[in-house]
Design a protein around this ligand. Structure first.
Ligand code: NAG
Ligand code: NAG
Length: 210
């Protein structure tokens, strides 16, 4: 009987030691892939790989959108590699806006820490708009891949913490995708139905050519 207990205990120990590793702190020197980065040797991992200290500091909002995103994604915070999540700080000056954008691979959840933020997203199935002005303490979730935006609604600096369902959520800002590259005005106008004056104006502001 005793021998059997030992055998069971041994089997349990053996099976737990053959589980996948507890974590995979990113070895950022290699190339990132959609599946993440390669893992560092556990012997080369310290508690500091699981701690990010940058979100206590306001981002610099002196820019064209009067807003800043301070990311703690896998590139800044290698401990989140492979864990399916990441976090960032959002600072919005009074005129601040995070323009219409998507994170192709990640849902986002936003928690307002200070001020007020008008936020919304657009469904892909029926182009339904879901928009709300959030106050301090409110949380809103933005489903994966959908177009969404955030605009300061407070008249003072607003701050939010945003978390993503991916260590590397990706970002595509619609206006930059349209107007900050060399897609010709002719094709852009044909493919968006926007008029020439609007296209030329936004290309100039955002540095696009063609
Ligand atoms: C150990 O960690 C450092 C970063 O902290 C990294 O540059 C180095 O490549 C790692 N070495 C191994 C063997 O994983
Ligand atoms: C914020 O960014 C602006 C524009 O790049 C720059 O001129 C300014 O020095 C920055 N402020 C701080 C405190 O870094």
């Amino acid at each position: 009987m005793k021998m059997l207990h030992f055998a069971v205990l041994f089997a349990l120990l053996f099976s737990s030691s053959s589980h996948a590793a507890d974590f995979c702190v990113a070895k950022l020197k290699g190339a990132g892939t959609p599946a993440g980065y390669a893992c560092r040797m556990p012997s080369n991992v310290t508690v500091d790989d699981f701690v990010f200290t940058g979100l206590g500091v306001a981002g610099n909002t002196t820019n064209i959108i009067s807003a800043a995103v301070t990311p703690a994604f896998v590139q800044q915070f290698p401990g989140v590699n492979g864990l399916g999540l990441s976090i960032a700080r959002l600072d919005l000056a009074p005129a601040g806006v995070i323009p219409m954008h998507t994170h192709p691979g990640a849902s986002e959840i936003l928690f307002v820490v200070q001020g007020k933020i008008t936020a919304g997203f657009i469904s892909s199935s029926a182009n339904t708009v879901y928009v709300k002005t959030l106050k301090k303490g409110d949380v809103m979730v933005f489903p994966r891949g959908l177009l969404h935006f955030q605009i300061n609604a407070a008249g003072i600096n607003s701050i939010a913490v945003v978390s993503f369902s991916d260590p590397d959520p990706g970002l595509q800002i619609t206006d930059f995708a349209f107007f900050a590259n060399d897609l010709s005005s002719e094709l852009l106008e044909k493919s968006t139905f926007l008029d020439d004056a609007q296209v030329k104006k936004l290309k100039k502001v955002l540095g696009g050519t063609g």
